[in-house]
Design a protein around this ligand. Structure first.
Ligand code: DGI
Ligand code: FE
Ligand code: FE
Length: 195
């Protein structure tokens, strides 16, 4: 499927705000690809499709996982929205014809991240957080600037802020998210809000 065709189909599958967010991630991913010398078209396709399963119900998410022998952890059972990264990769492949394993991997880890992310994984993880439509997270101005200076430090800061946000809101932290932060701490820079 061509990117334009995928875009048309996604517009029908997603609600208006999710579609706008998806476009924001696609264009932000293209900017990061320019900065870090990654394939622009691949970054755009991954950005476009990263949330393709976001508007499915919890029941549908669980059903897709069961049909594909994807194990569901207890945290994922409690927070089924976490599954949209895994179901997203399945749907991108089955319904949108994506075969590129790098793109499918970036979709499958975009919410929690993973240890030793590839450049595309980091581009999508960061673009998802900083795209222009986002306005709720703290320190967005600083994190947006850092995204174009040092993407590993930026990943570490996003994880730090996500974990602190979830702690404040008493959201259960997926062990993957915690483990990924422990790994990315090696790249962390001092930030005024962490002192
Ligand atoms: O799908 P999006 O909203 O565009 O973005 P996303 O897939 O990164 O999901 C963002 C949400 O995921 C955000 O509210 C923080 C939450 N999140 C990330 N890691 C964890 C988590 N939520 C829980 N409960 N546990 C986690 O480890
Ligand atoms: Fe998402
Ligand atoms: Fe997203």
């Amino acid at each position: 499927m061509e990117r334009k065709e995928i875009q048309k189909k996604l517009k029908k599958e997603l609600d208006k705000n999710r579609y706008l967010h998806t476009r924001g991630v696609m264009y932000t991913a293209s900017c990061l690809a320019m900065r870090y010398e990654y394939d622009i078209e691949k970054a755009m396709l991954a950005g476009l499709l990263h949330d393709c399963a976001k508007c499915l119900s919890n029941e549908q998410q669980i059903e897709i996982c069961e049909q594909h022998q994807v194990t569901i952890s207890s945290i994922e059972h409690q927070n089924p929205f976490l599954l949209h990264q895994k179901t997203g990769a399945i749907i991108a492949e089955e319904e949108y014809g994506v075969k590129d394993p790098e793109i499918l991997h970036a979709i499958s880890v975009h919410t929690t991240g993973c240890v030793e992310m590839t450049l595309l994984d980091k581009i999508i993880f960061v673009a998802d957080y900083i795209e222009p439509g986002r306005d709720k997270a703290e320190h967005l101005q600083e994190i947006r600037k850092e995204a174009f200076e040092d993407i590993d430090a930026c990943v570490a800061d996003i994880l730090y802020d996500t974990i602190h946000y979830l702690n404040k809101r008493s959201g259960a932290i997926d062990p993957t998210t915690a483990q990924v932060y422990e790994y990315y701490r090696q790249y962390e820079k001092e930030q005024p809000w962490k002192l």
